[in-house]
Unconditional design. Structure first.
Length: 254
C-alpha cells in the first residue's frame, strides 16, 4: 500500500506483478483488475482464479490473500469508504455471491486516462471521485448480490482487524489476544493454521511492508523504521533484508 497526499489517502492505485501476500484486511474497498496472466486469490473464505480481463472487489475488513501461481500483472485500487458511501451502505445490507466480473476494454482504457502509469503528481478530487464512481458502478451492475446474513466473526478476523489498525504500536500476541478477549495460546494456534504464519511473524511482515512504502515515498531509513513500529534499527535492518533480500538503504537507493 502506498502513502499519498491528502487526496490520495482516500484513493490509491498501483501496478503489481506476480504478487503473493498473506491473509490480511483493509478498512477500504479494494478493486483488483488482472491485466495479464492469471491471479489466484482467497477472499472471504472462497478461492478465486482470476484470468486476464477480469476483476474482483474486496469488501471493507474482508480477509483476503494473493497467491500468484504464475506470472501475472494487475492494477490494485483502494478506495476509502468516504468516496463511495452509497456502495459501502449497500454492502451493509447485501453481500456478493459472485464478485468476479469481466471488465470491458472501454472501462480499462478510460481508467488508464484517469490513472496514469507511472504516477505523476497528485490526483484531483474530480479524477478520484470519477474513478471511484466508474468502478463501483461496474461492479454493482455485473456482480450478483444477496441479502447479507450477518454471522458471528471469529477470533482470527478480530485479530486481523486489530493488528491492521495497531501494528505500528508495540503490540504482541498477548495484547492482541487480550484486546479480543481470547486465550493467547488458542489464538496463536488458530491464527497460524488460518493465515500461514504466527501472529508475531504477521505483525513483523506488515511492519516491513509498511516501511518499504515509506522508503519508496522518500522517508529516511530511521523514520521508516520507527513509523512502522520497529523500536530498533538493528532489528529493522535484519527483518527487512530477510523479506526483501537487500538492506533498507539499498532498497531506498533503487
Amino acid at each position: 500500500m502506498f502513502l499519498f497526499s491528502k487526496v490520495e489517502q482516500l484513493f490509491s492505485y498501483q501496478n503489481r506483478t506476480s504478487i503473493t501476500f498473506p491473509l490480511h484486511i483493509h478498512r477500504s474497498i479494494e478493486f483488483v483488475l488482472v491485466t495479464d496472466g492469471i491471479l489466484n486469490m482467497y477472499i472471504g473464505g472462497k478461492e478465486y482464479t482470476i484470468p486476464k480481463g477480469h476483476g474482483v472487489f474486496i469488501e471493507p475488513y474482508e480477509p483476503h490473500s494473493f497467491n500468484s501461481k504464475e506470472e501475472n500483472e494487475m492494477i490494485i485500487i483502494e478506495v476509502s469508504l468516504d468516496l463511495c458511501e452509497s456502495f459501502a451502505a449497500y454492502l451493509t445490507e447485501y453481500s456478493a455471491e459472485d464478485r468476479m466480473v469481466r471488465y470491458s476494454s472501454e472501462l480499462f482504457e478510460y481508467l488508464k486516462t484517469l490513472l496514469p502509469m507511472p504516477k505523476s503528481g497528485d490526483l484531483s478530487q474530480t479524477v478520484v471521485k470519477t474513478a471511484s464512481a466508474v468502478l463501483t458502478e461496474a461492479f454493482l451492475e455485473h456482480c450478483r448480490f444477496s441479502v447479507r446474513q450477518n454471522g458471528k466473526r471469529d477470533s482470527v478476523f478480530d485479530a486481523l482487524r486489530y493488528i491492521s489498525e495497531n501494528f505500528r504500536n508495540g503490540i504482541s500476541v498477548e495484547s492482541v489476544a487480550e484486546s479480543i478477549s481470547v486465550n493467547s495460546d488458542c489464538l496463536s494456534r488458530k491464527f497460524s493454521a488460518t493465515v500461514g504464519m504466527t501472529v508475531t511473524e504477521y505483525i513483523r511482515y506488515l511492519r516491513v511492508c509498511h516501511s518499504a512504502t515509506l522508503l519508496l515515498n522518500g522517508f529516511s531509513v530511521s523514520d521508516s523504521a520507527f513509523n512502522s513500529g520497529f523500536s530498533s534499527l538493528r532489528t529493522f535492518n535484519r527483518n527487512f533484508k530477510e523479506c526483501y533480500g537487500v538492506t533498507p538503504a539499498e532498497f531506498r537507493a533503487k
